[in-house]
Ligand binder design. Sequence first.
Ligand SMILES: Cc1cc2nc3c(=O)[nH]c(=O)nc-3n(C[C@H](O)[C@H](O)[C@H](O)COP(=O)(O)OP(=O)(O)OC[C@H]3O[C@@H](n4cnc5c(N)ncnc54)[C@H](O)[C@@H]3O)c2cc1C
Length: 494
Amino acid sequence: MTDSGVKSYPRLRENISVNALVIGGGIAGYLTAYKLASTGRKTVLIEGYKLFSGTTGHTTAKITYMHGDVYSKLLKNYGVSVAKRYYEAQRCGMDAIKKLRDEYDIDCDWQVLTGNVYSSESSEVTQKIYCAMSDIGVKVALKRVETPVGSALAVQAPAQYAFHPLKFLRALPVNFDIYENTRAVNIDVSKKTVYTEEGGIHADIIVVATRFPIIQSHGSYFLKVRPSMSYTAAVKGPILDGTYLDAREDGLSIRPYKGGVTVGGFDRRTGTGDDRAFYGLLSAVSRMFGEREIIAEWAAQDCMSFDGIPYVGYYSPELRDIYVITGFNKWGMANSATAAMLISDLADGKENPYEELYSPLRKRRGVAGEFLRNTVRSAAYLITGNLHFPLSTARSIMPGEGKIVRLHGKKRAVYKEPDGRLYATEAMCPHLHAELRWNSETKTWDCPCHGSRFDRYGNILSAPSVRSCKPHAKIEEEKATEAKRTESGNTNVK
Ligand SMILES: Cc1cc2nc3c(=O)[nH]c(=O)nc-3n(C[C@H](O)[C@H](O)[C@H](O)COP(=O)(O)OP(=O)(O)OC[C@H]3O[C@@H](n4cnc5c(N)ncnc54)[C@H](O)[C@@H]3O)c2cc1C
């Protein structure tokens, strides 16, 4: 979703004191700041880059309760009440967004669509989803439908929504202060003060809405969520009357949008196995729709929780004035609206029907296996990355590519421009020191441990890291040599 012709906000360059501070200018942070300010709090939102430059600017924006197989999993693991409450939370978020859109008459490409969920694995999975949704009282149909991948048994629900979230959010009245290019680099939780590069903010309450939580010393979010990347293409031409979602986590998700469709999928843990993702996606597009014009293609990530439910509420048992919003499992539209209301109620000391469901302090059975697998994988990335010392040098890097190599006796993340110039930075993620991986699809350095991402020059793109990678200073000599060697140019850069 593009965000053209938009207003800019200043960078914070002084110390300030406010009632509420929200860190992170995505849909979750923005709606929460809006809600907190609506209750009379002097509220500030800080964003490390531009508003909505994170996942919110790269979503496919279906506002729906048709979330794949989440209901059958929740029903199996936790019973009817949790599964039903999850559904109600989605309805609540959907209604809240629609109400705002109606109240302010916002032109945001609003669509009302039939939602279809099918399974590319077996119709048994589809039947299970149908039974689970029926058991908790959701009115859905089970029918054979023509999906873009062919005829399939699908669970179908009417009146789901889709929109352009940036048009929607930018049209809301701004009742709080916004600072862009203002990154939280340190948080003193005891003083309730957030430090940015050029100013500090003291706040009575702080909301961490950075997608991946950035306070490491509390809450153990590095164990509670894992990063997952999706690949998406906007395709001109195909006409669809509904959304189509494969229940597999890495299956396709298709929605109609402006004379065409968006097709997303090929989900994988950030920093792993990305090299053929766009190829796979574009092959799927041509199998479904024939040769079509691809208007745009992009990759974006979200945080996945292990029980399928986001974490929204108190950051940790000790931090009751600091709140967190994370773990949307790629369903952050409706969930963000519900999260904003929940945080506002918690801050006001009011009851909220979703406090327990979303509580970051919850302990849920049934997901120990997945939790353990993730912990082992993260530990493995940390250990193997630290033990790895590359033998290859910058000479082995193709123009337009990056690689972890040995440079002046040190391990470095080196990117080679098409003209041969080299850019080298530290090879370990500043967050918890896992080794970065080059993503040749997006030309970024991605951390497989927790999903911090950096551009080809090492500038930070994505939390949980709060800083860029340190550049390697002694590179002039290599630059000159490499420039001579690589006159043949490059064809790989997108
Ligand atoms: C490809 C894809 C398709 C999706 N499709 C759907 C869909 O159809 N329906 C749906 O409901 N959900 C969907 N989702 C999920 C949804 O887009 C996300 O859950 C949601 O956008 C996350 O919003 P957020 O505000 O939590 O994070 P973000 O939008 O990433 O916002 C976090 C912000 O925090 C900022 N930040 C980070 N660190 C700092 C710091 N230290 N200081 C200051 N600022 C900082 C970042 O720059 C960023 O702008 C999709 C996700 C993906 C990846």
